[in-house]
Design a protein around this ligand. Structure first.
Ligand code: ADP
Ligand code: ZN
Length: 288
């Protein structure tokens, strides 16, 4: 059976054709432009490939509630051309196949569980710290869904005493995404993330914020592994700082061998997959 897979990101769409063994047989990448430009290209690519199902991991917010009349519709995304765009319905109508939709981060969590750094556990959380902050959860074979998807990047965290920056989130100002995603680093410190590599105070503050979020996620979800990706996490120096802060903040309250100095290096980890994580995850959605 031929299956279609889409990783729909804010800057690019990765389109793939794969099989039920999870192999990507053909792949192209197109830029994310206005939907009237991008979506016809997507349809053209899949049209004559004989796919029977299509999986899509998308940037959000996007309606992933299968019982909703607006399933697969983009919501209040900062990419304004795409607000309320019925992506799922357009593809289903044009291609005449079922379209299975989830968020990019849920799909990344699933992909890491299947092929990446969480193959040995039954639950994991995938967090991206990039242009925005988002997290996806995969527990016992299913991604986490409710009303729609969770918005773990928009929680409140306690402000660092040295931080006076007001935050970039258009909805909440100084939510986690507003004070810890890539754009907030650039506005607070006046330089891009990679140019700040040698500035210790930047990464101490960043780790203080991300560790608070992780601590809350551990309390609420109790994942067996936490995978941290996205552009900002390319600063590998963040990992030891975050791990140390998490242990201090938990203060021994949650008992697990993973949450000890000895094993936390295997608990909070970078992604195991690189290039094909999104599109392989979307293929796995189509396989289900
Ligand atoms: P997106 O979130 O749009 O998919 P990325 O995950 O690459 O894309 O995140 C982009 C953000 O990450 C930008 O704000 C950028 O400045 C920041 N970033 C990218 N590379 C690095 C790096 N090496 N160190 C710190 N920040 C980085
Ligand atoms: Zn917010």
């Amino acid at each position: 059976m031929q299956l279609g897979a889409i990783e729909a990101g804010g800057t690019k769409f990765v389109l793939g054709i794969g099989n039920e063994q999870g192999e990507i047989l053909e792949k192209i990448i197109i830029p994310t432009e206005h939907p009237d430009i991008t979506v016809p290209k997507v349809i053209e690519f899949f049209q004559d490939k004989g796919i029977e199902r299509l999986g899509l991991g998308g940037f959000g917010p996007i309606d992933i509630n299968e019982t909703s009349p607006t399933y697969g519709q983009l919501q209040r995304t900062p990419k304004t051309d795409w607000v309320n765009y019925p992506l799922g319905a357009k593809l289903k109508e044009a291609l005449g196949v079922p379209v299975i939709i989830d968020t990019d981060v849920n799909v990344a969590a699933m992909s890491e569980a299947k092929w990446g750094n969480a193959t040995d556990v039954d639950s994991c959380l995938y967090i991206t710290v990039g242009t925005g902050i988002g997290a996806g959860a995969y527990f016992h074979g299913q991604t986490l869904k409710g009303l729609s998807h969770s918005e773990m990047g928009h929680i409140k965290v306690r402000r660092h005493p040295d931080d006076t920056y007001s935050g970039t989130c258009p909805y909440h100002g100084d939510c986690l995404e507003g004070i810890a995603a890539g754009p907030s680093l650039e506005r607070r410190w006046g330089k891009k993330g990679h140019e700040l590599a040698d500035d210790q105070k930047v990464w101490k503050m960043e780790a203080y914020y991300l560790a608070q979020a992780l601590t809350s996620y551990i309390y609420i979800l109790s994942p067996e592994r936490i995978i941290m990706g996205g552009g900002v996490m390319k600063q590998e120096q963040l990992f030891p700082l975050i791990r140390k802060n998490v242990l201090e903040m938990l203060n021994g309250y949650v008992s697990s061998p993973y949450l000890t100095e000895k094993e936390i290096d295997q608990y909070i980890v970078p992604p195991g997959l690189t290039d094909e994580a999104g599109v392989k995850g979307a293929l796995y959605l189509a396989m289900q």
